[in-house]
Design a protein around this ligand. Structure first.
Ligand code: GRF
Length: 203
């Protein structure tokens, strides 16, 4: 199975996938990496791993719809089995999302449904939460609202800074995203009626 990874920045989740493939924990191939930002360090990581890397800048398009159509066209050239949003900082059109229904994932740094959107670590600290975490979910048109596949929890300490908490969460991200992709690639995970179903063939 092949995966297309969409990024906007550092690409630590992309790196975790590359590493999981190298160690055999993720039995898949990354067909391509696409960034909407030229300065995304993840593009360097992709090139270092000999993965086709593209930059498709949203600033070159007049509106969201035309960008998403171009993005779709580029992705579909690779015929990927699955799309992984890994720090891709753009809201996607319903058309785009529906085109990849049941095969697109996102990783979001909160215990969804808590803290959809941005600045999740700051909100967890401001609200005095004792725990925080990260979710991997199927992508549906509702922003950060698709069915959750797995969550990982971390403690929040009183003296935590936003950076320290983010680092603790990101350590978990690197574990769970490759795991979910492996389940999907092995046919163990499907989305059905807006729910994430594990091991459906075995039931
Ligand atoms: C991660 O914290 C992820 O949860 C969020 O964006 C960040 C991406 O980090 N959606 P990276 O680019 O994978 O290092």
């Amino acid at each position: 199975p092949s995966i297309c990874v969409l990024i906007s920045g550092n690409g630590s989740n992309l790196q975790a996938m590359i590493d999981a493939i190298a160690t055999g924990k993720l039995e898949a191939k990354i067909a391509c990496v696409i960034s909407n930002r030229r300065d995304a360090y993840g593009l360097v990581r992709a090139e270092a791993a000999d993965i086709p890397a593209h930059c498709l800048e949203h600033t070159a398009f007049p509106d969201r719809d035309s960008y998403d159509k171009a993005l779709m066209k580029l992705i579909d050239k690779y015929k990927p089995d699955c799309i992984a949003l890994a720090g891709f900082m753009r809201i996607l059109t319903d058309d785009f999302v529906n085109h990849y229904a049941g095969k697109m994932f996102n990783i979001h740094p909160s215990l969804l449904p808590k803290y959809k959107g941005l600045h999740t670590h700051r909100q967890a600290l401001e609200n005095g939460d004792q725990e925080h975490g990260v979710s991997v979910h199927f992508v549906t048109p509702e922003l950060d609202g698709g069915p959750v596949v797995i969550q990982s929890r971390v403690p929040v300490f009183i003296e935590d800074t936003e950076e320290e908490l983010a680092a603790r969460v990101q350590e978990q991200e690197r574990q769970i995203y490759p795991l979910v992709l492996q389940w999907f690639c092995k046919g163990r995970l499907v989305m059905r009626e807006n729910e994430a179903i594990m091991d459906h063939q075995r039931l």
